[in-house]
Design a protein around this ligand. Sequence first.
Ligand code: NAD
Ligand code: UDP
Length: 338
Amino acid sequence: MEKFTLVTGGTGYIGSHTVVALMEAGYQVVIVDNLENSSDKVLSRIESITGTLPVFIRADLRETTTITKIFEEYPISSVLHFAGLKAVGESVENPAKYYDNNIGSTLSLINAMKSSIVSTLVFSSSATVYSPSKEPPFDEEATRGPTNPYGMSKYFIEQILTDVALADENWSIGLLRYFNPIGAHPTGLIGEMPTGIPNNLVPYIMQVAVEKLEKLYIFGDDYETPDGSCIRDYVHVVDLARGHLAALRFLEGVNGTHVWNLGTGKGSSVLELVKAVEEAIGKPIPREVVGRREGDIPVVFADVEKASNELTWRAENTLTRMCLDHWNWQRQNPDGYQ
Ligand code: NAD
Ligand code: UDP
């Protein structure tokens, strides 16, 4: 019987791109998502790209009984765990919601996996687990010390999963620390669907580009960086999707917990990013420099040697390509999947 990969949060931004990559590589996929931050319209888009409609089950991961039944119904051999809440600001205002959803979902998933003897798991962690006191680039050994409840939830989950694999040597767990995912599938059929006013830079700029927002506010140009604006490691979501496949293949042959940064290893400033978007869309982005955003770290970029050596994975897409693909999605879907 064909084996399935369970993708939690598979209708979301990174999950949907990874589902496409999995299906194109011949994997059978079951998606579980409660649609809290996504739309089931993504499923027909995935079908348009891959030629196959993935299996979809609408459920909250915290309902362990429902999740256990999914493992009984499908011969699942591995899990990619994307499901979670990700808005840093909201996590500061409502930490309990974030701990309950992100940690509660993961514990429920682990219990369902244990009772079904499935022990291969890839978890969506984040560069926000690193302590801002460290000088970039951040390698996987860099001190961790998140500064908000969202980052703390990732930190705790990493620890829980590490302990699970220590207690039972059958587990194979990959912790993927993403840097700043942007871009969209080159068809423009799937992409990021922020609800309300976006917090992140690229979705915000794109809404300025389609004139849904008046102008971009640049949070500070007085940092100690070459042009004064903050630096981040932007990575194409399709490269991230490939990184999950590489991690899954690696875990098929080993046990224990393994952690990898997924970024490009190259930092780009806010002003460089704005310029790349302007080139992609062929028009200027109205902008205004305002004060620094509280909590922003001046420079963040990854050391990607470990992923390169162990997974033979490297991000391939340039910043220009990321902006072109993100714009292509935004232009075709100004209101997301609505
Ligand atoms: P997303 O919000 O687009 O996708 C997450 C999905 O999980 C959504 O479809 C949501 O409906 C679902 N979900 C949330 N709670 C659930 C629950 N209890 N049960 C079932 N489904 C649930 O986010 P994304 O950008 O695709 O991020 C995927 C993962 O990667 C998240 O865990 C996020 O924290 C992590 N991550 C994202 C970024 C980023 O910048 N996008 C960076 C680092 C890490
Ligand atoms: N940023 C900005 N204006 C915005 C949103 C973000 O100038 O409307 C800046 C922000 O200060 C940071 C960079 O863009 O330096 C990336 O921000 P984002 O929230 O996308 O990622 P994060 O800071 O979480 O890595």
